[in-house]
Design a protein around this ligand. Structure first.
Ligand code: SF4
Length: 752
């Protein structure tokens, strides 16, 4: 058998990614768990009638279609649902093992009220009536004291009826502070708002691309809608589509790519502009698009008569391949060849958003990568990036406002999004802890958290904990005792993921409109309530215009009325989609005043200044740079790993309870470190004891730590395993957008 580079890598590092979609790991881990661990809630089904329920997943934003095998009312097996848009018969290890989460003894079993100090873990079960009355009483007091605007809600999405209910609640209450947890979607949405002037989502016709240039996007490490990207990657292999992966570490995606280009981290923006330089110099750009459908390419004179430099001269004067080579560490001739290959393909697609895309990154980096797609005219075209309208099926009457609400809504957002300083930002949650910590009195006096775990997922967990400690009233709607719930005053537990209805619109990056339906697979196991019902009940208790803004008796009624004539069909098929959707053509796609794509949006012209590489925290006393990395085997979002999935994590990542830090053998030798040695990792944010894992797959002087470990909550099988990288890394505010642009942090590593 001939082993070329691709198959060699497939047999080696990348093999783990391939099996993630197969039921094999589930079977293996199931068996080994049953026989070796005897976890008390290992699913051992009783005899009974076998039946299947089709649903969509709420475990992550991927929203894959699932078929759940049941014996009587017990779910026993999860498989991908054939024909479901995007995932089509596939599921990843997290949903397959999700049954363990459903039957976890650590689920929150009833409403709880904190009795000890915050984080002390002392709780008292209370009735739903008490819990709702107490929550409504606290909120009522807030309104009476003229502080309606100090209620905030943190969710992990702003699409669908659940986020819409929270927004409705905030509006009726009188607060502008709805916040979505950060991700690459923030940066992509802002990029489209600036360059297209549309309020839209970036989606990708990945399956039809014929050359993929990924600026660190973890295509098979959980980026976008993970299962769909796995499938897209497989189809690229069948069709010989070239994938070039640009990142400083040999991730699974890099290992399975056709070409891995190790880049000095943080310099991807310069690389994108270096590639643009070649495309422009060699006249390889799409003239039809650039000349007829774009503005800001050539220099122009603005309305005040000032000369403005266009994208072409901006790039040609500042970003030659030799300059880009010096900055990025990628040779100039490699940049030239890459640019020619990219521009020479018929459907080349450039992507960005590092790893799983859980941090936004520099807005100029996203704009530079998007400009590459524009140069080759692959916007809103087959195989390209599309700006797709956001889901618009929720057409409720606006919240009814009383005087208190009207006054509260005039107050600027606490996180600064949408203000004069950050006019294009919608949510800037990573700014909130610092805003709270530097204020005399917290601008947030009450906080609702649903479907998110900011105490774990936001960078600089110490600052987040300090900020949350100064919020007088926190309500968590979680069904598991996560790190944010540990800081709450009241927990109003939502039904588990297979126990409730929920609409799931817009899987990230999927280029067809989709609204999936999660439906109850089993009866609720505990004294929980649907979060929608809980919110409706709190609104009812508050009364007045707040109650009037919720004209439904239950969440199910709300969902049914929202879906209208589609309710029957979504119940039958589990999904509403339009497989024939195509993005609008170039003549109607852009909402700028000229109706053209803006290479340089008016208020974002860097003029004669060169663009800065996004800085990271730390000074030269730190000899190394720490970067986070993502793995499909580690859930790094609001939901933590189940015990079975944690058992599949390699000992090169987690050895016992010790987290392993990847370090290049040359760097290790330079600093007197050996394989498997304990070392102390120090960053400007903190210190941790780690183990060294020597790997030639990481660039010298860079060290890498996985995301998704170091929980203190969820359950005893996950808590205490490894370190949460967010304890060691803080946000870095992008001055152009306000988004978190941190891609790493300066660090040091010495023998323990
Ligand atoms: S990508 Fe998300 S929704 Fe899809 S199978 Fe995996 S965990 Fe479930």
């Amino acid at each position: 058998m001939k082993i070329d580079r691709r198959s060699f890598l497939s047999l080696g590092v990348g093999a783990g990614a391939g099996i993630a979609l197969s039921p094999l790991p589930w079977k293996l881990t199931d068996d080994s768990s049953i026989w070796t661990q005897m976890w008390p809630w290992t699913p051992v089904p009783r005899d009974g009638a076998v039946n299947y329920v089709n649903t969509a997943s709420t475990i992550c934003s991927g929203g894959c279609g699932l078929s759940v095998r049941k014996i009587d009312d017990r779910a026993v097996k999860v498989e991908g649902l054939k024909g479901y848009p995007g995932s089509n018969g596939n599921a990843c290890i997290h949903c397959m093992a999700g049954i363990q989460m459903l039957y976890s003894p650590n689920a929150v079993k009833s409403p709880m009220k904190r009795t000890g100090k915050r984080g002390e873990g002392k709780w008292q079960p209370i009735s739903w009536d008490e819990a709702i009355s107490e929550t409504a009483k606290k909120l009522g007091e807030l309104r009476e004291s003229g502080k309606a605007s100090t209620l905030a809600c943190i969710l992990n999405s702003d699409y669908g009826t659940i986020p819409a209910l929270f927004k409705q609640f905030l509006n009726a209450f009188g607060s502008p502070n709805f916040m979505r947890t950060p991700s690459y979607q923030d940066a992509y949405e802002m990029t489209l708002a600036l360059m297209h002037q549309t309020d839209s989502m970036a989606v990708f016709d990945a399956e039809n691309a014929d050359f993929v240039l990924s600026f660190g996007s973890g295509i098979i490490d959980g980026w976008g809608s993970s299962v769909r990207m796995f499938k897209a990657n497989s189809s690229w292999k069948e069709k010989n589509v070239k994938l070039v992966q640009i990142e400083p570490r040999l991730s699974n995606t890099a290992a399975k790519s056709d070409q891995w280009l190790p880049v000095n981290p943080g310099t991807e923006l310069i690389l994108a502009l270096g590639i643009a330089h070649v495309i422009i110099t060699e006249s390889l750009y799409n003239k039809d698009f650039v000349e007829k459908y774009a503005e800001g390419f050539e220099d122009w004179t603005d309305n005040e008569g000032n000369k403005q430099k266009g994208f072409k001269n901006f790039v040609l004067e500042g970003y030659s391949p030799s300059y880009a080579a010096r900055v990025t560490g990628i040779e100039a001739n490699t940049i030239v060849k890459l640019a020619k290959d990219f521009a020479g393909a018929s459907a080349p697609l450039a992507l960005c958003g590092r790893g799983q895309g859980t941090t936004p990154g520099s807005i100029h980096e996203f704009m530079a990568v998007h400009a590459l797609n524009a140069l080759v005219g692959n916007i809103n075209k087959k195989g390209g990036i599309w700006a797709m309208p956001k889901p618009d099926y929720i057409k409720w009457e606006q919240a009814k406002l009383d005087d208190t609400a009207r006054e509260g809504l005039k107050v600027p957002r606490a996180d600064g999004a949408g203000t004069e300083k950050f006019p294009h930002a919608k949510y800037l949650l990573t700014r909130l802890p610092e805003v709270i910590n530097s204020a005399k009195e917290s601008p947030i006096q009450a906080l609702f958290v649903s479907g998110a775990n900011p105490a774990y997922t936001l960078p600089d967990t110490k600052a987040v904990a300090k900020a949350f400690a100064s919020i007088p009233f926190i309500v968590s709607f979680t069904s598991h005792m996560d790190e944010t719930a540990e800081m709450a005053d009241i927990i109003l537990p939502n039904h588990g993921h297979f126990e409730r209805y929920e609409d799931i619109p817009a899987p990230p990056g999927y280029n067809k409109p989709v609204v999936g339906l999660a439906r109850p697979v089993i009866s609720p196991q505990h004294n929980t309530r649907h979060v929608g019902d809980t919110l409706i009940a709190i609104a009812g208790k508050l009364g007045g215009t707040i109650a009037e803004s919720f004209p439904w008796k239950s969440y199910e009624e709300c969902l049914e009325k929202t879906m209208g004539e589609n309710w029957t069909s979504i119940q039958e098929s589990g999904v509403i989609t339009n497989p024939d959707y195509e993005a609008p053509g170039w003549d109607t796609a852009f909402e700028t005043s000229s109706k053209k794509f803006a290479f340089i949006p008016g208020n974002h012209n860097p003029g004669n200044n060169s663009l800065q590489i996004p800085v990271i925290e730390g000074n030269d006393n730190y000899r190394l740079t720490l970067i986070p990395y993502d793995s499909m085997r580690l859930a790094a979002g609001p939901v933590g790993n189940t015990p079975f999935v944690t058992k599949t994590v390699s000992e090169k990542v987690l050895k016992g309870n010790d987290i392993c830090i990847e370090i290049n053998p040359k760097t290790a030798e330079k600093y007197g470190l050996k394989q498997g040695q304990y070392a102390i990792l120090t960053t400007p944010k903190g210190k941790a004891k780690v183990k060294t894992e020597l790997s030639p797959g990481i660039m010298p002087d860079i060290i890498a730590m996985p995301r998704g470990l170091g929980h203190t909550g969820i359950d005893e099988y996950l808590a205490g395993k490894g370190i949460n990288i967010n304890e060691l890394i803080g946000p870095v505010e992008d001055p152009a957008s306000g988004l978190d642009a941190a891609w790493g942090i300066k660090a040091d590593l010495v023998k323990a």
